[in-house]
Structures are given as C-alpha cells and as structure tokens.
Design a protein around this ligand. Structure first.
Ligand code: GTP
Ligand code: NA
Ligand code: MG
Length: 276
C-alpha cells in the first residue's frame, strides 16, 4: 500500500560457516557474552537471535546458525529473513565443505556476503590462502580486486571486529532497508519449542509493524495472544519493532521455523485463519 510510511530498520545478518570456525565466538565477542561456554560440547544446537547496539548507536540483528539446516528450511519455506550473510572462515582451517555449502545457500538466497576470516591470532593462520581458495568458488574478495567485502578478525583478541561492524553497516546502508513500524505486525518464526513451565515459546523476528503484548495472532496452524515478550537478554519488553528478535509467550501450540506470524483483530478471526 502506497500510504505506508517506511522507516529505516536494522539489518538482519546471518552468520554462516563451517563447524567450529568461530561463528558463536564472534557473536560472543561482539556482544560481550560467553554463549559458547554454555553450549554442550561447544556445538550450537539451536538458532540464536541477537540484537547489538554499535558504538555509533545503530542496531544490528544477528542470527547464529547451527549448521545450515534451519536456514535452508526457512529459505525453502519462502521465509527469507536475512539481509546479509557473514561467512566465517577460520584462517587456519580454510575452506571446508560447510563453507562451500554456505556460499551456495547465500547465492541461492540472493543476499550479499561479507567474508570474515577468523582466528588470525593463530600462528597457523593463512588468510591469503583463504582468499585464493575462495576464488575457486567464484567468491572474489576486495583484497583480490573483487566486490565481496572481506575482513580479518579474531574472536579471541577482538582484532578486526570494529571493521566487521563497519562493513556490515556500509552494506546495510547501500540496501536502504526499510519497514513500516506503525501497522499490525508480521513476523517470522526463527525457532520454537515447548517449555515445561511457560508452554509454547517461539522466537520470532519482526519483519514489519510492531508486535505488542496483548496482540491477537495467527502463526502457521496455531493462534494465540501475546502474553509476554522477552528480548535476547531475557528482559520483558512491551513492543518489538521491525528487525527485533523476541521470544513470544501465549501461542496455543508450537509453530515451525519459517512460519509467518500475523496480528489479527479478533480471536474469532484468529481461529478462522489458523484452521486452514
Ligand atoms: P558450531 O556452532 O559448532 O558450528 O561452531 P562455531 O562456528 O560457532 O565455533 P565456536 O564459536 O564454537 O568456536 C569453535 C572453537 O574455536 C572454540 O574452541 C573457540 O574458542 C575457538 N575460536 C573461535 N574463534 C577463535 C579465534 O578467533 N581465535 C582462536 N584462537 N580460537 C577461536
Ligand atoms: Na563450536
Ligand atoms: Mg556455534
């Protein structure tokens, strides 16, 4: 609708790459947290969704992927929530099977990629070899006179992290990402589960509009009313604007990753829509 007032929204950035190349560690370093240490075997089992505030005050939403199953599932279901992919390649390990998979997923999704060459603190690190091997997969980084932005980072020492954020913001600026916050919310389910105490819980990413406590919603074949929302630090929030990830309580059942959530104006309407 032409009447809509579009406003800038934060970019949604998915972190992809081979197992143990440092995706979660990079996010931990950017957020000042230690998620990796709390993970069983240091392996990410579920998709994490976080929002960070940069030094300049801009917000960036990050999705951490466990392998690529969730990303692929969401893409196949038409739920392309990602604006930008950060491909993490460990400088000591180089291009590995899941690195190539991530490149292919990114291409299929048609989103721009930024290459973060991680673990440059290690003495075995060979970032130049990573750049050369990327050429074989037709990824030509800036340092090789190409168009794909690349940056050397270390999640361990923090080297290059400011530059990574700068490159993300630069890419986002070029994309002029916008959404109307002043309408009923539409969101996408990132992950969902049944919590023994709280009932069905869904982490959703708001695509447009603002999701509010009390909203009546339909999501996949489920319906409900937003009883409470938690941000990525577990704090209660009353409203979630575009690009914000929130955990929603109050859905009648457990939806699926990739399901669309819409706010409707009555419980009767919710039951009608969700029964299809
Ligand atoms: P999965 O979620 O299992 O795919 O792994 P991941 O890509 O999230 O990697 P993770 O952050 O779990 O890091 C794997 C290992 O690499 C951990 O032992 C980290 O401490 C280590 N690591 C990550 N980044 C760096 C880095 O910049 N330098 C060094 N030296 N080690 C790092
Ligand atoms: Na890991
Ligand atoms: Mg991880």
């Amino acid at each position: 609708d032409a009447e809509e007032t579009l406003q800038p929204r934060p970019p949604v950035v998915t972190i992809m790459g081979h197992v143990d190349h440092g995706k979660t560690s990079l996010l931990d370093a950017l957020r000042g947290t230690d998620v990796v240490r709390g993970e069983a075997g240091g392996i990410t089992q579920h998709m994490g969704a976080y929002q960070i505030k940069t030094k300049g005050g801009e917000l960036v939403t990050f999705l951490d992927t466990p392998g690529h199953a969730a990303f692929t599932q969401m893409r196949m279901r038409g739920a392309n929530v990602t604006d930008i992919v950060v491909l993490v390649v460990a400088a000591d390990d180089g291009i590995m099977p899941q690195t190539v998979e991530a490149i292919n997923h990114t291409r299929a999704a048609g989103v721009p990629m930024i290459v973060a060459i991680n673990k440059i603190d290690k003495h075995e690190a060979n970032p130049q070899k990573v750049r050369e091997r990327l050429l074989e997969h037709e990824v030509v980084v800036e340092a090789m006179s190409g168009e794909v932005q690349d940056v050397e980072v270390s999640a361990k020492t923090g080297a290059g992290l400011d530059e990574l954020i700068e490159k993300i913001l630069l890419q986002a600026e070029l994309m002029e990402l916008k959404a109307n916050p002043d309408r009923e919310a539409e969101a996408t389910v990132i992950e969902a589960k049944l919590d023994k105490g709280k009932g069905p819980l869904a982490t959703v990413l708001v695509n447009r509009g603002t999701l509010k406590v009390g909203d009546i919603l339909v999501v996949g074949t489920e319906s409900g009313r937003v009883r409470a929302m938690l941000d990525d630090k577990g704090r209660q929030v009353k409203a979630a604007p575009p690009s914000m990830p929130v955990e929603v309580l109050g859905i009648g059942g457990v939806p699926m990753a990739g399901d669309r959530l819409s706010v409707v104006d009555s419980e009767q309407r919710a039951r009608e829509v969700s029964s299809y």
